[in-house]
Design a protein around this ligand. Structure first.
Ligand code: SF4
Ligand code: SF4
Length: 228
């Protein structure tokens, strides 16, 4: 949910038009944790924005690197706003239990939203209690931090293939741990972006890189259509 969801027409009160829900999804504040524990929402509807990830800043309307992780509602696959928004019914499927950012948002004045948004954010550690999952998440953060990737990317001009191989190793680990968690712990693949953040195959674009996977499973890293 973004504060830049203001509608074209100025409104004096909420008409439940749904334009804000169709524009963007909210993140969870700590006060929203009961939604998870009361089974109103689950991990398949969420994803994690990890520390250091480049995302749209909800309040300042600009791209920024996250200082702390965020737990966000997924978007519809079409990219049209919050997953929990039913475009046909023009309604939120959890309206009476909607999270605090949604309750605070009004398209004609974002003061209350900013106030809620500046409060403590929910994190994976607040939600996940299984020690083996927490161990996997911690191992993934250690091996696949955005700080480490950023360092290797900056080293490409100087170290060339050595830095590229270091990045590819991280990409491989990111993919392997998802596969392993799905297969060995029987975790729904839809929940993996909540446990480990979005796949690095997807987010590597923030470094101006793209990655392709060959039929044998190996990766090819490219910049602006050029192999590196
Ligand atoms: S707050 Fe959202 S649902 Fe309410 S009128 Fe504004 S855009 Fe529509
Ligand atoms: S949770 Fe509900 S109210 Fe909040 S953005 Fe999604 S559909 Fe809208």
């Amino acid at each position: 949910m973004k504060s830049n969801r203001q509608t074209e027409t100025k409104k004096a009160q909420c008409t439940r038009c749904g334009e804000c829900c169709a524009a963007a999804a909210p993140s969870l504040q700590k006060v929203d944790l009961p939604l998870f524990f009361d089974h109103v929402i689950d991990g398949t509807q969420l994803y994690t924005v990890r520390q250091g990830e480049l995302v749209w800043d909800n309040v300042n309307d600009e791209l920024d690197f996250t200082k702390n992780e965020l737990i966000k509602f997924r978007d519809h696959e079409s990219g049209n706003g919050c997953l929990l928004y039913d475009g046909h019914e023009k309604a939120c499927s959890i309206y009476t239990d909607r999270p605090s950012q949604c309750r605070a948002f009004t398209c004609w004045n974002d003061e209350k939203f900013k106030d809620v948004f500046s409060g403590p954010k929910a994190s994976r550690e607040d939600i996940i209690k299984d020690p083996s999952l927490l161990q996997l998440i911690s191992a993934h953060e250690t091996k696949c931090s955005y700080r480490a990737i950023s360092r290797h990317v900056k080293q490409i001009p100087e170290l060339g293939e050595v830095a590229v191989q270091a990045i590819l190793k991280i990409l491989q680990y990111d993919q392997d741990i998802r596969q392993l968690t799905h297969e060995k712990l029987n975790i729904d693949p839809q929940e993996l972006d909540f446990l480990f953040g979005r796949s690095l195959m997807e987010t590597i674009h923030m470094f101006g890189l793209t990655v392709k996977q060959a039929a044998d499973g190996s990766f090819l890293l490219t910049t602006e259509g050029e192999g590196c």
